[in-house]
Design a binder for this molecule. Structure first.
Ligand SMILES: Cc1cc2nc3c(=O)[nH]c(=O)nc-3n(C[C@H](O)[C@H](O)[C@H](O)COP(=O)(O)OP(=O)(O)OC[C@H]3O[C@@H](n4cnc5c(N)ncnc54)[C@H](O)[C@@H]3O)c2cc1C
Ligand SMILES: NC(=O)c1ccc[n+]([C@@H]2O[C@H](COP(=O)([O-])OP(=O)(O)OC[C@H]3O[C@@H](n4cnc5c(N)ncnc54)[C@H](O)[C@@H]3O)[C@@H](O)[C@H]2O)c1
Length: 457
């Protein structure tokens, strides 16, 4: 597009990640003329430095763990007993990146087919109808969708530059011998599990007293035990005050002043911030909240007519399916005559830990705060068959939170083998308002872990 050219579109989408692409495709399906601006790789965080490469690494780690179990069950696996079955990262990364390149390819084809104009450039709003590209070209549209996502943040401590983030992790080509991970949220727990299973000695520094704030505390306590069992060293109540170089290695200084041992790598998994700066949002009058998120209403509209926002740049839960669902519903309303809006209640979520942990609905504490003692809690703790066969100590713990005499299920919490694959169907059931009797009326699938959910007493 030449500098002077000002194209007219129905919709300009700023950001080609999960939310932006979903919005662009859905709007085009409804016949809108759409332009999409994305300066980096199509697919954004999820495809390039998030869900997809993370899940690939989790699958590799899971295969490693299963190979060790297979060995103990009599399979001739060529690795010294009790040692991790070593992964050749470069070989695996070729497969990981080939898979990701396939996603890029498929997006490119779909964008072409849908007639969406793609500009591989950063965008800036000049006003509520005009966007300026990096090369100075201007585009005009009746509407603009902000879908610029977020970025990892490091704490402002001395030596922070010596540590990396999840973005750096995806550049690694071997498991570092010793790794420190700062944080206790989704990314810290996922990467700690992956790295330990792939042969690193991992130490996790949590400033609080538990893993995964917001998940059921009994399940996270059991997950912490699983991590200790697998060799991860967990340091709770340990705020990191500084990082210090020790040759090519890095030492962690605690808030108490103590200097720990040297690590080959340090990763910060201390949260993410929205990409809302430098976007010219002030030129259009779009408001940000105190944390820099674009302020939206329940329909994802900003207070400026014609400008909407979805995904991690908004205060919505930073999950890919949330960004996608919000964008699709928005476009269905704007261009397809639809009326559905994103239901922000009971969003299921899974952390790809080892083993995975997931939840939908309320934790016991949240339900107690709402209904007091009018709760019924059901638990099933068991060892999945494969782990029992292999004499591995890893157990599963499932928990149901039910309310009132009819025992309506308001929370489902799963920790254990296959919890990630199990939760989706039960999330549908919970959203439909099922009771414990509905679960019990369902004939079990045997022998599975999932049957424990319908057999809970
Ligand atoms: C390590 C990690 C693992 C994750 N794992 C999961 C998971 O397993 N499941 C899950 O549901 N979620 C996961 N997430 C979260 C998920 O990746 C995000 O919620 C999701 O990507 C948000 O989508 P988005 O469209 O809002 O933003 P993004 O996917 O980040 O896309 C935003 C895009 O906007 C572009 N952009 C920024 N500024 C501009 C500009 N000025 N002009 C034009 N374009 C711009 C960026 O280049 C980027 O491509 C993970 C995140 C991380 C970091
Ligand atoms: N499986 C998934 O769906 C998945 C996986 C990864 C990420 N995500 C999404 O991405 C988001 C970001 O992940 P995340 O792990 O970066 O954030 P998070 O909010 O889950 O966890 C941040 C962690 O860092 C800690 N922390 C914050 N500041 C700190 C400091 N100064 N010093 C020490 N600790 C500090 C917090 O206490 C918390 O434990 C998640 O909230 C999640 O929605 C989802």
């Amino acid at each position: 597009m030449s500098e002077s050219e000002q194209a007219q579109f129905d919709l300009i989408v700023v950001g080609g990640g999960s939310g932006g692409l979903a919005g662009a495709f859905r709007a085009a399906e409804h016949g809108a003329r759409v332009a999409l601006l994305e300066p980096s790789l199509l697919g954004g965080t999820c495809v390039n430095v998030g869900c997809v490469p993370k899940k690939a690494m989790w699958l590799a780690a899971d295969i490693g763990a299963k190979l060790r179990m297979a060995q103990s069950l009599g399979f001739a696996v060529d690795a010294p007993p009790q040692q991790p079955c070593e992964l050749d990262w470069p070989t695996f990364i070729v497969h990981r990146q080939r898979y990701i390149a396939g996603i890029h390819d498929s997006y490119r084809k779909r964008l072409d087919k849908a007639g969406i104009v793609v500009a591989p450039m950063r965008a800036r709003l000049l006003d509520a109808r005009t966007v300026e590209c990096e090369n100075g070209a201007r585009m005009g549209a009746a509407r603009i969708l902000i879908a610029t996502g977020g970025h990892a943040v490091k704490p402002a401590i001395p030596g922070a530059e010596l540590g990396g983030t999840s973005d750096d992790f995806f550049q690694w080509t071997a498991a570092p011998k010793r790794v420190a991970i700062v944080g206790a949220g989704y990314i810290a727990v996922e990467l700690a599990g992956v790295l330990q299973a792939l042969g690193s000695q991992v130490e996790l520094f949590a400033r609080g007293q538990r893993l995964l704030e917001g998940f059921d505390h009994e399940l996270t306590a059991q997950l912490a035990d699983d991590y200790c069992q697998s060799g991860v060293r967990l340091h709770f109540g340990h705020a990191v005050a500084a990082l210090e170089a020790d040759g090519a290695r890095v030492r962690v200084r605690g808030a108490d002043g103590a200097l720990g041992e040297a690590f080959d790598k340090v990763l910060f998994a201390t949260g993410r911030k929205p990409n809302s700066a430098g976007l010219g949002l002030e030129n259009a009058g779009v408001e940000l909240d105190a944390n820099g998120f674009v302020r939206i209403d329940e329909l994802n509209a900003t207070r400026v007519a014609g400008i909407d926002a979805v995904g991690d740049v908004t205060p919505d839960p930073p999950l890919t399916p949330v960004a996608i669902a919000a964008a699709r519903r928005l476009m269905d309303r704007l261009y397809g005559g639809g009326s559905a809006k994103l239901d922000r209640n009971d969003i299921p979520t899974v952390v790809f830990a080892h083993p995975p942990i997931g939840k939908v609905g309320l934790t016991e504490d949240e339900a107690r705060a709402r209904w007091g003692d009018n709760l019924h809690i059901y638990r099933a703790g068991f060892r999945p068959m494969l782990y029992a066969l292999a004499e591995s100590p890893q157990r599963s713990l499932f928990k149901l939170v039910c309310v009132g005499q009819e025992r309506r299920v308001v929370g489902i919490h799963l920790l254990g083998e296959a919890a990630d694959e199990m939760l989706q169907g039960f999330a549908v059931a919970l959203k439909r308002g099922i009771t414990l009797d509905d679960l019990r009326d369902t004939v079990a699938l045997h022998p599975t872990s999932a049957e424990e959910v319908v057999l809970m007493r």
